[in-house]
Design a binder for this molecule. Structure first.
Ligand code: G6P
Length: 368
């Protein structure tokens, strides 16, 4: 398309900086204050049927699969429905037990990914209500699904997905709220979630102020060959996504792991040159992730921390710190994923890579 780059050199950077707006668009018209719930125009399901859903399958590829993992935690936490996250390429050939109360959501930016489309068709063939969470209006998956939620993120041109990811996560939050409110979630609890979600665009705007700090940190590490990304709970999928972003556009090998799993393998990779990126915002897991971080430091591994503004301990513990706003744990993926998008971006630029068109990758993978 002829979409204007404006002040930006690349679509990827433009799209990263569009996130306050894309999240605003994702939330617009979807909050139901009277019901302290969410509302969707296109789900096309009877509320009574939705109430009877007792299992949800989220299926996707790539970055969308990471958003699905966040969705699993959100839906299980707020709606208490068991969720399974499946790579579309696996799900399409597997035969997991599902009942007529199972609902499938195919999560896809493009709406054209071949494996995700096949997973949707397989789910529909077996009679399950199958929804799309999709960005591209009128795409194949959007058309073939029984109903769904559009991200309204606007066109994403950069091959590495950024604004679609945060919109997918935000859509999962709205969905968790909606399903929660038709089950056990109270009115005041719904109101609390709404109040916090409404702050997302502004919080993302504040988060983007880390760009200069991230660019500086990138100059220190861009020549490394391996990176580890570690986080827990809501920030475990963020660690996976951070590692994927780096791999995709800088061609540096990176692994994302749940921080506590590190001791079962990845810690063997730690040495004086391999950076570990710890996602360690305030919350339940803070002391646990900090102790993982100290294990890396004890082995002389360089540590880059993504931490909350106002964290007084972190600067002494990590070599470099990127600060993000201090938000509720379930909102953290939105603010912690942004510095990781920027870190991958600046490292790739310093290595002379074409960030909008990385080698061997396609924006939408329409072959199996
Ligand atoms: C490709 C893209 C990724 C994307 C994945 C799934 O690999 O390069 O950025 O996450 O496909 O795409 P989808 O359009 O289904 O979200």
């Amino acid at each position: 398309g002829n979409i204007d780059l404006g002040d930006f050199d690349t679509y990827m950077l433009k799209e990263i900086f569009e996130q306050p707006q894309s999240l605003e668009n994702c939330l617009r018209g979807r909050i139901d204050d009277d019901a302290a719930s969410a509302k969707f125009g296109g789900l096309n399901v009877d509320v009574q049927d939705l109430r009877h859903v007792d299992r949800i399958v989220l299926t996707a590829c790539g970055t969308s699969w990471h958003a699905a993992l966040v969705g699993e935690y959100l839906i299980e936490e707020f709606a208490r429905i068991p969720v399974e996250v499946e790579y579309a390429s696996e799900f399409r050939y597997r035969n997991p037990p599902m009942t007529d109360r199972t609902m499938t959501f195919a999560i896809t930016q493009s709406g054209e990914t071949a494996d995700t489309l096949a997973a949707l068709r397989e789910s529909r063939r077996k009679g399950h209500a199958t929804m799309a969470i999709c960005n591209v209006v009128g795409s194949t998956i959007a058309r073939e699904a029984d109903g769904g939620i559009y991200l309204h993120a606007g066109p994403e041109i950069g091959v590495a997905s950024t604004k679609a990811f945060t919109s997918q996560v935000t859509s999962m939050m709205l969905l968790a709220l909606y399903l929660g409110r038709m089950r056990h979630l109270s009115f005041p609890a719904g109101q609390r979630l709404i109040k916090q979600m409404r702050q997302l665009p502004q919080l993302v705007e504040k988060t983007l102020a880390c760009n200069e700090a991230v660019a500086k940190i990138a100059t220190k590490y861009f020549d490394r060959n391996n990176f580890l990304y570690l986080g827990r709970l809501y920030n475990f999928p963020v660690a996976l996504e951070g590692a994927l972003k780096l791999k995709e556009i800088s061609y540096i090998h990176a692994e994302g792991y749940p921080a506590a799993e590190m001791k079962h393998g990845p810690i063997a990779l730690v040495d004086e040159v391999t950076p570990s990126v710890f996602v360690v915002p305030h919350g339940t897991m803070y002391p646990k992730v900090m102790s993982n971080l100290e294990e890396v430091k004890a082995r002389k591994g360089p540590v880059i921390a993504i931490a909350c503004e106002g964290d007084k301990e972190i600067s002494a513990a990590a070599d470099d710190v990127i600060f993000v706003p201090d938000v509720e744990e379930y909102l953290q993926p939105i603010v912690t994923s942004i510095p990781l998008q920027l870190l991958a971006y600046h490292i790739a630029i310093l290595r002379g890579c074409n960030v909008d068109r990385p080698r061997n990758l396609a924006k939408s993978v329409t072959v199996e």
